[in-house]
Design a protein around this ligand. Structure first.
Ligand code: ZN
Length: 214
C-alpha cells in the first residue's frame, strides 16, 4: 500500500475512533497529515469524522493549494500555522472535545498553562498548553494567533471552541490530543476537591526526561 493510501486509511480510522468515543460531534473536528513529498491530506469541510471516505479526503499541495478530493476544511489556517512554525510537524488534529472546551471557559484556568500537572502523561505529550482567545468561526486570526507562538507550543486550546495539537505523525498528534481531553476531564472532576497534583520536583523530572518545555 502506498504512503498516501495508508495515510488516507489511517485518517478515516482515527477520525471514526475519535467520533465514536464522543471526542468531537456533528461535522466538527478536522485532521491533516503531511506526506513525505510535502503535500497534505486534509479532512473535507462539512464532513463528519465518523463517516469519512478515504477516496474523498482533500489533497493539497505543499503550499496548501487544492489538488483533488472534496473541498478541505475551512479551518486550514489552524493547520498551516503549525506546519509553518514547527517544521517537525507531520500531522495536526483539531477537536471540539467537551471537557477541553469547558475548561477553556472557567475562571482560574491559567492561560499560559491550561492543564494542571495531575499526571505525567499530559506533561510529556503536550508540554504547556496555551489558551488562545475566542475567534469567530472561520476567522483567519486563529491561525495568526498560533503563528504568534513562533513554534514554541505543540498544543493550543481555543477558548469556547476546542484544542488543536501538532505531532510528528498522526498517531502522536492523536495520542496527545486524547491526553489533553483526558486531563481536562480530570481537572474538572477534581475541581474544588483539593487534588494532590504532582510535586514540582517530579514535574521538572518528567519535563527533563521527555525533553519538553515546562
Ligand atoms: Zn473547530
Amino acid at each position: 500500500m502506498s504512503e498516501q493510501s495508508k495515510a488516507r486509511e489511517d485518517i478515516c480510522k482515527i477520525a471514526k475512533s475519535l467520533f465514536d468515543r464522543g471526542l468531537t460531534c456533528g461535522a466538527s473536528g478536522n485532521i491533516s497529515v503531511r506526506l513525505s513529498d510535502g503535500s497534505f491530506l486534509v479532512t473535507p469541510t462539512g464532513s463528519s469524522m465518523g463517516f469519512l471516505d478515504p477516496a474523498r479526503i482533500s489533497h493539497l499541495s505543499e503550499k496548501m493549494e487544492f489538488l483533488d478530493g472534496d473541498k478541505p476544511t475551512k479551518e486550514i489556517p489552524l493547520h498551516s500555522a503549525f506546519y509553518d512554525t514547527r517544521t517537525q510537524t507531520g500531522a495536526v488534529v483539531h477537536l471540539h472535545s467537551t471537557h477541553s472546551v469547558a475548561l477553556s471557559m472557567l475562571p482560574g484556568t491559567d492561560p499560559d498553562n491550561v492543564l494542571p500537572p495531575l499526571t505525567p502523561y499530559s506533561i510529556m505529550r503536550l508540554g504547556r498548553v496555551k489558551l488562545l482567545p475566542f475567534f469567530m468561526p472561520g476567522d483567519s486570526a486563529m491561525g495568526a494567533a498560533i503563528r504568534g507562538l513562533a513554534g514554541k507550543r505543540s498544543a493550543v486550546l481555543l477558548a469556547n471552541h476546542g484544542p488543536v495539537v501538532a505531532g510528528k505523525d498522526l498517531w502522536a498528534a492523536t495520542y496527545a490530543i486524547e491526553e489533553l481531553e483526558e486531563t481536562a476531564k480530570l481537572s474538572l472532576l477534581t475541581r474544588g476537591l483539593s487534588p494532590v497534583g504532582l510535586p514540582e520536583e517530579t514535574i521538572q523530572q518528567v519535563a527533563k526526561t521527555f525533553d519538553v518545555d515546562w
